[in-house]
Structures are given as C-alpha cells and as structure tokens.
Design a protein around this ligand. Sequence first.
Ligand SMILES: *[C@@H]1O[C@H](CO)[C@@H](O)[C@H](O)[C@H]1NC(C)=O
Ligand SMILES: *[C@@H]1O[C@H](CO)[C@@H](O)[C@H](O)[C@H]1NC(C)=O
Length: 414
Amino acid sequence: MARLFLLLLFPSLLLRHRAQAQRLPAVLPLRRQHVVLPVPDDIIEGAYLEDNKGLNNWDVFTHIQGKIADGSNGDVAADHYHRYKEDIEMMHSIGLDSYRFSLSWSRILPKGRFGDVNPAGVKFYNSLINGMLQKGIQPFVTINHYDIPEELQQRYGSWLSPEIQEDFTYFAELCFKMFGDRVKHWATFNEPNLMAKLAYFNGKYPPSHCSKPFGKCDSGNSSTEPYIAAHNMILAHAKTVNIYKKNYKAKQGGSVGISLHMKWYEPLRKITEDHLAISRARSFEDQWFLDPLFFGDYPHQMRQILGYAQKGNSSTTAEESIIDTERSSYIHDYLTYLSFAIRKGADVRGYFVWSLMDTFEWNAGYTIKYGLCHVDFKPLKRTPKLSAKWYSKFIKDYEQIEMASEESPNHMVS
Ligand SMILES: *[C@@H]1O[C@H](CO)[C@@H](O)[C@H](O)[C@H]1NC(C)=O
Ligand SMILES: *[C@@H]1O[C@H](CO)[C@@H](O)[C@H](O)[C@H]1NC(C)=O
C-alpha cells in the first residue's frame, strides 16, 4: 500500500492515464534540502528474537498457520538488522538524501514500560542512524509501525485500552532522549487509520478482531473497536507531540508529525448523492484522523453515522521483477502531479518512495514487492531494479537543474 509521509497528497492512480498521454517531465520546484527521498522499514529487520528483542504481536501472528498469504513470516525478512551497512551503501549509491524507517518497539522495550530498556536494540538504531548521517542521509523516524510488544497485548489488549497511551508516550519519550540529538524528523504512527481497520474492523491484522458481517473472527466488534483503538492512537499522538514540544523541541529543534493512509475519491456522476458518498467515504478514511488533529473533533458525517450504531504477484521471476517499468512510470507520474500541486501552492516538503527494497509485507508475506531494489531472499542479495536507476537519474538531473537555477538569479525555482 502506498505510504505518504506527513499528510501528503493524492495517489496518482486516477490521473495516471492523462499523465501517460502527456509524458510531462517531473521537475519538483522544491528547495534542495527538501528533496527528501525514500524509504521506511517495517518488518524489514528480521532477527526477530536476536539480542534480547521481545516478541511482538506480529511475531506471534505470523507464526499462526494460514495468516500470511505465502505461509511465510518475518523472522528473517530482508535481514536489514545484519545488513544495514550494506543497505546504507545502497541508499548512498542511489543518491538518496533521506531514509525513512520505523523503530521496532519490542527491540527497544521488550516488555513495554513493564521491563527494562534493551541496550542491544538501542545500539542497533544508534549504529544505523550514525551510519546514515556519515553518508549525508537524514533519518526520518517513525515510532510505531503496526507492531506492539506482545506483553501489552496480553496485559490489557493493547489499543483497546487507554493504558496504551501511557506505554506509547513512555516509548516515544525514550526515543527522543536516546536519538533526538540526531533525529530531527519524527512521525508517531505509520498509517494508524489503516491499522485500526485491519486489526479491528476486518481482522486481517493482529489481534484478528472483527464481527459479522465484516469478517470471520473469534472475537471483536467491528462496529465499536476500530473507533476505540483509533481514539487511543489519536490521544497517544497528541500527548507525544505535547511532550516533544514541551521538553525536547527547544533543545533538539526537530518536529513530530504523523503518516496517514490517504485515498482520494472522485464522484462517478455530478449529482448530490455521489458527492455525499465521497464525503462519507473520506470521513471514514483520512478525515477520521485529520479532523481531530486539526479541528479537535471527529468528522460530522462519522459522528452521525456511528450515532446509530492493488496487488503484486510473486510468481514473476527475478529478471521480470527487476525490469519494473510500471513502477518507474508510476513514480514519474506521481512526481509530475506532485509538481503541479506544488505550483498551485501545496506546501510539500519532500517525497518518499515506498520502498527502498522488497521485504516481508505484513500478511501478504513475500508475495508483494514494493522495492526499488530487488531482494533475493535465499542469499538475501540486493539488486537495484530499473526503477532504482530511473530514480537515481532523476535525483541527479534534479540536482543539476537546482544548481543551474541557483547560478542564474532570474530563474528562481522556489
Ligand atoms: C457491538 O457493540 C455494540 C455496542 O455495545 C452492541 O450494540 C453490538 O451488539 C455489538 N456487536 C457485537 C457483534 O457484539
Ligand atoms: C500470478 O501470475 C500468474 C502468471 O501470470 C497467474 O497464473 C496467477 O494466477 C497470478 N496470481 C495472482 C494471485 O494474481
């Protein structure tokens, strides 16, 4: 699923055929330091029990038969935990100036606030961050990316209990203390709006909660639990931002945002019913989180309604998946329309491709591949795809245009 960092713009799918017809150059009118490039990690690390890491909900879930498309798990994944040095080299060779990754909560706090900090986990992230900075690559760090220490699931049902807010802020503050001298760009959550639905509405993600007719689960309530979980996430986010502003911002000079899952809808017909349908759909999608964050309350339509009550294919060969013309043209088109939006005044600071390399993709296992770089999971060998080369050239061309525009003051870009 496409991830957009910090409330970015609309997926370009709708606009795609037009972009293909016009073949427009994707030149982004951003300032140099804002040309931010990929990518996050999730279950990319592997090493699921190494160096005292605690079990998390995904470790438990992926070991239950039938939960993952190809019967796989993330025990090894892309083995980034052991290969991060090589991966930093790969980022550097593509020309990335930023890399977005997520922390594994149970690697740092194996039992949440009910146990000690794991020094080996802290050491791993310090080495990763320092290694990136040495290569001029800025870390963009996401504090939580679907994974929760199993301890918190067992103790109080994780996101369904307000107790989770305390655990989350404890973890976040620890991260600010340990990494905030070097990390200036934080996101509290990755796609919490998606996480709430998949975990508590249709039960596809752990803890597999849902109720009929929305899915077949042993427990849960699809009409209430997604909203309870989301409420705890929103409050955990708000408390974390407050802690950062109060205790760390002056010293560390960074900022904290959130990364939401954005979908765009267009009316099929120009009639009121279709416009109302869109407004309802958006209120249960991004506005579910955006409205509380910006306006302090849930969307009107959502409150009214609740008052009552694209896929990859793993059977391609390595050679086929390395010639990923579709991914290259998708990124091209996306950037083209992003540049239109910027020219129209949208405040866009950066762009992250999802993702740097193929890895374990939640309950799709290894059947879906999002990477600019192919990973052969047997020898864990990395190979840049066509899209990595396209993107690398795009970055270089962009830098040249930037330099040229800096030299001629009549041709200001920003
Ligand atoms: C879900 O919770 C609501 C509100 O408590 C209740 O009315 C409804 O019966 C519950 N549904 C299920 C499937 O338990
Ligand atoms: C994947 O592609 C193969 C060959 O093109 C096809 O036979 C298979 O049905 C596809 N699988 C899925 C899940 O789409």
